[in-house]
Design a protein around this ligand. Structure first.
Ligand code: COA
Length: 343
């Protein structure tokens, strides 16, 4: 049997990007005392000079709403024009209801479709893939893809393996209809046999199973740094090249590279393995933002467009990778310069 309707399709693109970084800048000097480290060691191993931490009373949704309002205004839209919200995060402190529906309430548009995805540092690119398909199939017209994290709540400041890496922030894009194809095919997948390389533990259930056992500790991110480093350096470059090829581009015809901001050495290694020429502008937001997981790519996109406004409307290869281990990448046309951009 076949259903009796004619499917309609559209092209999709990123209409706008919005970013929010909490005002509190935390230099390495504030981190090193508790982990017997130095500013020099952190900069040399990761490229990170400073990061932003939200204040105790600034929630994940506070940050997300600020980023979303900027992205929606830059798209020339109002909140009611958004008909789906995809919220990528690993640091919303509730299993249900979703962060996406709390964001809807804050935006004053409680009617849009809304859901969260848990794909860690690949979450934003997973969201772009889904939003592209929703717009292309006319399931939605304007989709807000949010990547937001308050990782300072889930990072142990005494852990030498993580305390200097993770940070807070929110970045988002509005994806909507366009005349041309503005988002290339997504290359995605997992290396789930290595799913214990980055974990947020203990789980909520451990507390229920062990009432009163306070030495279980607060749920924090634990990671096997070298395992993650090797995986990222060896596995991700060929995946990123596949996304480039799927979009019909080559390293020579690409304008910008905006990888997940996990570690500047990983970024440099990807650039080298992929043989990207010097003409490709590479995002290095990690240096002043740290690793903000799902927020890192839209934050880096916003920073790059502020620094290099000539990249508006140009091509960029995005590649997210992280806990799972999971990855996703696609080429996008960066948003055009908004008429109403205030900053
Ligand atoms: C975390 C990371 C920077 C650690 O670097 P590394 O070179 O693997 O560090 P190692 O754990 O092997 O330790 C190397 C040395 O540095 C020391 N060290 C470890 N952590 C340290 C710290 N925070 N400060 C100072 N020294 C430290 C170790 O004691 C060791 O010393 P030794 O050689 O005298 O024994 C690196 O593994 C990394 O960036 N991994 C990827 C993490 C990531 O990107 N995660 C997010 C993915 S989405």
């Amino acid at each position: 049997m076949s259903l009796k309707f004619t499917p309609e399709t559209a092209n999709a693109r990123i209409l706008s990007v919005g970013a929010y970084r909490p005002p509190r800048v935390v230099p390495n000097s504030e981190i090193v005392g508790r982990i017997d480290s130095t500013d020099e060691w952190i900069q040399q191993r990761t490229g990170i000079e400073s990061r932003h931490f939200a204040s105790a009373d600034e929630s994940l949704i506070d940050m997300a709403a600020k980023s979303a309002n900027i992205a929606i205004a830059r798209a020339g839209l109002v909140a009611e024009d958004i008909d789906a919200v995809i919220f990528a995060t690993i640091s919303y402190p509730y299993q249900a209801p979703s962060a996406a529906t709390e964001l809807l309430v804050r935006l004053g548009n409680t009617k849009a479709a809304a859901f969260d995805i848990s794909a860690a540092c690949a979450g934003f690119c997973y969201g772009v893939a889904l939003a592209n398909d929703l717009v292309r199939n006319k399931t939605a017209k304007n989709v807000l893809v949010m990547g937001a994290e308050k990782l300072s709540d889930f990072t142990d400041p005494d852990d030498r393996a993580t305390a200097f890496i993770f940070a807070d922030g929110a970045g988002s894009v509005v994806i909507g209809p366009s005349q041309d194809i503005g988002i290339g095919p997504t290359v995605w997948g997992a290396s789930a046999e290595t799913r214990d390389a980055i974990v947020l533990e203990p789980s909520y259930l451990e507390y229920k199973k062990n009432p009163g056992k306070l030495d279980l500790g607060w749920p924090n991110i634990n990671q096997q740094g070298q395992t993650v480093f090797r995986w990222a350096v060896y596995e991700i470059a060929p995946i990123a090249l596949r996304a480039l090829e799927a979009a019909g581009l080559t390293p020579e015809t690409l304008d910008a590279f905006i990888p997940h901001q996990a570690n500047d050495r990983i970024i440099e290694s990807l650039v080298k393995s992929m043989k990207l020429p010097e003409s490709v502008v590479v995002a290095h937001d990690i240096r002043t933002s740290g690793n903000t997981s799902s927020a890192s790519i839209p934050l880096a996109m916003d920073a790059l467009l502020a620094e290099r406004p000539e990249l508006h409307g140009k091509s960029a290869l995005l590649i997210g990778f992280g806990a799972g281990l999971v990855y996703a990448g696609q080429v996008v046309e960066l948003p055009n310069k908004p008429n109403n951009q205030s900053k």
